[in-house]
Design a binder for this molecule. Structure first.
Ligand SMILES: *Cc1c(COP(=O)(O)O)cnc(C)c1O
Length: 386
């Protein structure tokens, strides 16, 4: 199908990309190959460098995101790789902003200036802080939905890290404008597209240089694997980033297991159906929650399957709702077929700006009336009549 991919709709790409050549008797699905080494003199010698199951997955993900994909052992491994290679490939002229960038002691590398959202995935926030503590980065945290603030912070920056919508506050960034501003200063623009999925937005087409995914979530979609990926543009700069990411994966060794990769590709075949249903469910639930007497505030960007609500009764009120649901599951994570609910403030790593009574809802593909009845019964515990 490769020659036709550009003209196919996303649903058709998800079903058809990364298939085997159509030879009589060959499998319709990619092989699940468990082999650490290969007969000498072929394209791959050793499986830390490549595996046919990875290749199939990477072809499919690259086709749906519009670039070249690499699979990693987790979303965090992909994020760590992107943050490690991006500063060196920034084309920002050093010392553009000498006021805020202290001079590096002679002989030491200049720390990367990284602009990142206040509200990002908590692991991303934590790794950025560890880079800062190690002297590898100078962080500028911004409200990613405040375009003027992002553009101002980009002066002299090496890397822009974007997440939109953000976790768990669901702020939405003006991605084309901030990516353009990153390009203007020579910064590498990275975008975590886990929440949105490539069905909602394709950041490479909006000007990003590196897209990262926690494949664990919507792409794999069944809460049964942990996996990550990077995708880079098919431009000269994108290819340099891709080569640097391949090198990083080979040397640091955060490689994906063939079984996980195969399951993720199997999950991706139905992502459009799952996301279509879970988004439709979320739209109905967000509208009903808006008028609910136990709910103070509903955050829903108008697309996607994540809703954040703030409930009456503070921290305890939120814990009560999470404990009372029966069809929904009280658990962290998102993007699976099953609906999950979680009070985000229970994680010490969550920024203090995330309200303690905020519940994140990852809406699944169950029947929407069953979901509403169950959530409604849990919320009724917070109102006097309930
Ligand atoms: C879960 C998640 C990650 C981390 O991915 P893992 O696969 O758990 O390592 C990164 N970013 C976002 C937005 C996530 O939701």
């Amino acid at each position: 199908m490769d020659a036709n991919e550009e003209v196919l709709a996303p649903a058709s790409i998800l079903v058809s990309a990364g298939r085997q050549p159509r030879l009589p008797g060959s499998g319709v699905n990619a092989p699940l190959e468990f082999s650490s080494t290969y007969h000498a003199d072929g394209p791959v010698d050793y499986a830390r460098a490549g595996n046919p199951t990875w290749t199939a997955f990477e072809q499919a993900l690259g086709a749906i995101e519009g670039g070249s994909a690499l699979v990693f052992s987790s979303g965090m491994a992909a994020i760590a790789a992107a943050l490690s290679v991006a500063p060196a490939l920034s084309v920002a002229p050093a010392g553009v902003n000498p006021v805020s960038v202290p001079p590096a002691p002679s002989g030491e590398p200049h720390p990367a200036v990284i602009v990142a959202p206040h509200h990002a995935y908590s692991g991303t926030g934590a790794i950025l802080e560890s880079f800062e503590q190690a002297g590898r980065a100078i962080l500028r945290r911004v409200d990613i939905s405040d375009t003027a603030a992002v553009i101002a912070a980009l002066d002299g920056a090496d890397v822009l890290w974007a997440e939109s919508p953000t976790n768990p506050m669901l702020e939405v960034a003006d991605l084309p404008r901030i990516f353009e501003a990153a390009r203007a200063v020579g910064a590498v623009a990275c975008c975590d597209n886990t929440f949105a999925t490539p069905l909602v937005q394709q950041p490479l087409s909006l000007g990003a240089d590196i897209v990262v995914h926690s494949v664990t979530k919507y792409l794999a979609g069944h809460s049964d694997v942990i996996l990550g990926a990077t995708i880079t543009a098919d431009s000269d700069h994108g290819r340099r980033l891709h080569e640097a990411l391949i090198h990083h994966r080979l040397l640091h060794g955060a490689i994906a297991g063939p079984m996980e990769t195969w399951l993720a590709l199997r999950g991706m075949r139905t992502m459009h159906l799952r996301v279509e249903r879970s988004s439709a469910n979320a739209t109905v639930l967000a509208a009903r929650l808006q008028g609910h007497p136990a709910v103070q505030k509903v955050r829903y960007p108008g697309f996607g399957s994540i809703i954040a609500i703030e409930v009456h009764g503070g921290l305890q009120g939120a814990e009560t709702v999470a404990a009372q649901v029966r069809l929904w599951t009280h658990a962290t994570s998102l993007g699976g077929v099953e609906s999950l609910i979680e009070r985000r403030g229970r994680h010490p790593s969550e920024p203090s700006t995330v309200p303690e009574n905020l519940l994140r809802l990852s809406v699944g593909v169950e029947d929407v009336e069953d979901l509403w009845r169950d959530l409604g019964a849990a919320l009724a515990c917070l109102t006097p009549s309930g």
